[in-house]
Design a protein. Sequence first.
Length: 471
Amino acid sequence: MTPRVRFAPAPTGFLHVGSARSALFNWLYARNTGGTMVLRVEDTDASKKTQEFVDAIVDPLQWLGLDWDEGPYFQSERLEQHAAAVQQLVDSGQAYFCDLSREEIDRKAEEAGLPPGYHGWSRDRGVSDGPGVVVRFRAPDEGSTVIDDVIRGRVEVKHATVEDFVIRRGDGSPVFLIANAVDDYEMGITHVIRGEDLLNTAPKVKLLWDALGYGEPPTYAHLPLLTNDQGKKLSKRRDSVALGAFRDEGYLPEAMVNYLALLGWGPADEVEVRPLAEIVELFSLEAVNKAPAMFDVKKLDHINGEYIKALSPTAFVAAAEPWLTGHDTPWAAGAYRPEVVEALAPEVQQRVVKLGEGTDWLRWLFEAPLDYDEKSWTKAMVKGRAADRVLDGVIEGLEKVDFEDPEAIEAVVMGVGNDLTSELETRVLSQAPVRVALTGGGAGIPLWRAMSLLGRNECLHRLRAARARLG
RNA sequence: GCCCCAUUCGUCCAGCGGCCUAGGACGCCGGCCUUUCACGCCGGUAACACGGGUUCGAAUCCCGUAUGGGGUGCCA
């Protein structure tokens, strides 16, 4: 039997990294086994089914490169099947109506001296259906349900600890537990791969599964949770978890997927950064860890940096385009020249960890420095030896050098430093003053090629401005 | 409270009874390269939670304890 897996997110308006990881592991399993991946939107709360909410799931998946073979299906479009299942359970006496509110349930528990929770109060009250009446599943009192989880092993839950849970709400809509059982059965799902936060619901779904007479249940695999640096489950409130936010911050989808695959799983050969195709080949559910994994942005950054370095200059320019030409670029729109970026891309790529950082290194090529970094100025111009003579010499030399030739430019600048070194019998560094004059700062990409691209006039202009300021 | 789950360097992963004086990666620290910053390279730091078993032999199996996490909704 070829595996059929499903990724079944609730439409919350964005895709959580934890969900993306679940999607990825489902996808890896499907692609590794030649199985089928089904996308199913768990919108039992039908108000969520708008195009916007669907896009919020679909777009990030596509960005990551995760595709699916069937769907998206919508639970909200399968209400009839869910209702039929509920009816079947009611008819067979395995479910019953209940009209108690939360407050009444709590009060009854307290009065009876029982722990909080629902204790089958309405089992034999003969409540009939009506507005606001829910349907509860009659959980067995004795025995236990066992979940054989590929990742966690055998998990046994005693029925005594399972209360008669709601399977249909007061407004008639199905709760995801019943929808899950019905949909997984009817869609022929063989493997349920999802987060550990759902482990506790597995026995309930299994109970429904059996009560409905569905036969062999799917195989379960509960993935370890993703946590923040405090060991707590990644949450929308505390942590940055929207996948789209990572895209906007300048992470490459390939890096994101690669990193996500490493959370809770690792290849036996210990090679971490590798193409998705290889991960697909090496992946196995049995090898997935049980312990929670911390989402470590530092490591994500490192992997992203690796992927950025591996990009061809053309690919880098294309990937970084939004940051280079968008509204937020630091330079005037007309100043941007893609050919300059492409020519300097290799130098930029080895210095950035996220796509958006490219502008920091390239800014001076499209805009003269507005002011000089104080520390850098002091170090190169004031404390630096003979900065005035360095600038004079460089300006003179640059006036007649072939500006198409970066090596010639280098020879001029370095030559000035070397000549002064022997003349003054003390080490004179000529690159630092030139860099400060040109870029405004003390650190950056190698100068020569960039200067050639900047052009003689602009270079001389900036050098003279700095020389004038030096006095 | 009750139920469920987990526990190898700070972090992620390898290890599935002897190959472990525990390996890789990130981070951190040091060095090399370098007339900037990086990249790269070299080296270092650092862990089997604890206590009992089982076994000739345990990081690996079993049982407790501790700690951490998840769940406990007419959310999924």
